[in-house]
Design a protein around this ligand. Structure first.
Ligand SMILES: Cc1cc2nc3c(=O)[nH]c(=O)nc-3n(C[C@H](O)[C@H](O)[C@H](O)COP(=O)(O)OP(=O)(O)OC[C@H]3O[C@@H](n4cnc5c(N)ncnc54)[C@H](O)[C@@H]3O)c2cc1C
Length: 480
């Protein structure tokens, strides 16, 4: 597909729920689509916690994007991190390693999603990874199973307790799922695996600054979820704000003051920040951004005075809609429909109407909560509904079959098929961030020395050019 194509050119940024469904919805349209993402896969984020806790493999929830759209001849998939969007020139600039590409568009769909927010305390990230990407899930898998390996080596009881204490920050669906799964790991899966301690003595703490668990499900389901977690051994601490995190533990502030929890493994499942591309678009279009960096879109999902630019999914702010996959999928279909109408010379600008199909969250094996309109389900029946919905929405047929097999292993049996983890998975993020920081500092020093005034700041593509270089080359020690 050449860039001087006479057909209408649609650029889609992001191959997540929004980007992929928009691309698919343009299947029969008389347009050429360029789908750009910094990863080569589509990610089913709702099941990341199962990769982190050894139930599913990363391939099952993250199939290759080009494989998904292989039969859709009007699509080209490009690997690249979008760095610049020019609304005036109608171009998108993206880079991968040392290759920078400028892709022009007639219509643009921006679906770059959201990342983790540490509420201004980004230094917490080193010790409390979030869970947004496959890298995050694999790092957490390494940290969780690695903590038990360290515990087997420990003879000091206080140090042992710290290895066997897991703190999950954020009692939304992701935090609840993680806490429930770690409790299940410790009580069922790891039974009999260790000789010097009993994994069932694991302490799982679920913290939240708010006063309830799964608050979006209403009081009844929220209370049910909290009791269910507690019955499975999870310690729920509410109205508790995290004020510091380090390698050895976490400091919490509540009505009784500050206290410290010694815990080697911390997981951050609180707070989201929309892609920084949102601010770029807002600055150029005059649209507003909210506190999470989401772009206030027009009712038809376009921005400012740009009927050719759509912002959808977790990046958009409209009528208080939540950052969930149905919002991204339905928004994607709406944007695609608008583009199709435009290319056919039909009227456009119809407002987006969201159909709420309800929400659900699992607590642990055979237990979930679901809220569909006035219907509130909990326990096994809600879990069955969860199972059915996730099977339907898993992207590839092969993934559905293998996921079902892995669920049988984990839920009917007590095993976990995907416990493999490597030292590189655990350490690479910290190493890369440090080496990027060093590069930035070196470039800033060189810039100051040479008296250059602009253009000297390093970019991600200035980082080491090999994929998977040896992280152990960095001299600084890793956090313990
Ligand atoms: C752990 C977790 C659990 C969740 N559970 C549920 C659930 O149970 N139910 C539910 O409905 N929703 C759930 N969600 C929310 C749901 O996944 C999101 O609402 C949905 O993915 C949003 O779709 P999106 O297309 O806006 O963004 P995403 O799906 O996040 O896709 C964004 C894409 O953009 C790419 N990207 C980002 N920046 C750039 C860039 N600069 N250049 C190129 N590419 C870029 C990313 O690589 C990614 O592929 C969960 C989310 C998480 C993190």
């Amino acid at each position: 597909m050449s860039t001087d194509s006479p057909r209408h050119r649609v650029v889609v940024i992001g191959s997540g729920f929004g980007g992929l469904f928009a691309t698919k919805a343009l299947r029969r349209a008389d347009v050429d689509v360029t789908l750009i993402d910094r990863t080569s896969h589509h990610l089913f984020q709702p099941l990341l916690y199962q990769v982190a806790t050894g139930i599913l493999s990363e391939g099952e929830i993250a199939p290759a994007t080009r494989e998904i759209v292989r039969r859709q001849k009007n699509v080209q998939v490009l690997l690249g991190t979008v760095e610049q969007i020019s609304l005036d020139e109608r171009t998108v600039t993206h880079s991968m390693l040392d290759k920078t590409t400028v892709t022009p568009y007639d219509s643009l769909i921006v679906a770059a999603g959201a990342g983790q927010s540490y509420f201004g305390n980004d230094q917490f990230a080193e010790f409390a990874p979030g869970m947004k990407t496959i890298d995050d899930a694999l790092e957490l898998r390494g940290r969780i199973f690695g903590a038990y390996e360290m515990a087997e080596l420990e003879s000091d009881p206080l140090a042992l307790d710290a290895w066997l204490t897991f703190v999950v920050v954020g009692a939304g669906p992701t935090g609840v799922e993680m806490a429930g799964q770690i409790a299940e790991l410790s009580r069922r899966t790891l039974k009999g695996n260790f000789r010097t301690f009993d994994p069932a003595t694991t302490r799982v703490v679920l913290l939240d600054a708010a006063g309830s668990v799964l608050s979006m499900f209403g009081d009844k389901l929220s209370l049910h979820a909290q009791r269910d977690l507690e019955s499975r051994g999870v310690e729920v601490q509410l109205d508790a704000k995290v004020v510091d995190v380090d390698a050895q533990g976490i400091v919490v502030e509540d009505a009784e003051g500050r206290r410290r929890i010694e815990a080697r493994t911390k997981i951050w499942a609180a707070g989201v920040a929309a892609s920084p591309l949102g601010r770029q678009i807002a600055e150029q279009s005059g649209a507003e951004v909210d506190r999470s960096g989401r772009v206030a879109v027009n009712p038809d999902l376009t921005v400012g005075t740009h009927p050719e630019v759509f912002v959808i999914g977790d990046m958009m702010s409209l009528d208080g809609l939540p950052g969930v996959s149905p919002v991204a999928i339905q928004g994607a279909k709406h944007a695609a429909k608008q583009i199709k109408a435009r290319t056919k010379g039909k009227p456009t600008g119809q407002p987006f109407r969201y159909r709420d199909k309800g929400s659900m969250a699992t607590i642990s094996r055979f237990s979930a909560v679901a809220s569909v309109g006035k219907l509130h389900l909990r326990g096994f029946i809600a879990w069955l509904a969860w199972l059915a919905v996730h099977l339907v929405y898993l992207t590839a047929f092969k993934s559905r079959v293998t996921a079902l097999m892995h669920w049988a292993v984990s839920f009917v049996g007590r095993g976990r098929s995907e416990r493999t983890s490597t030292w590189q998975q655990v350490s690479a993020r910290t190493r890369l961030q440090r080496s990027e920081g060093e590069l930035a500092r070196a470039a800033a020093a060189a810039h100051a020395g040479s008296g250059r005034s602009e253009g000297a700041m390093p970019r991600a593509s200035d980082a080491p050019q090999s994929i998977g270089g040896d992280p152990r080359r960095t001299a600084e020690p890793l956090p313990k």
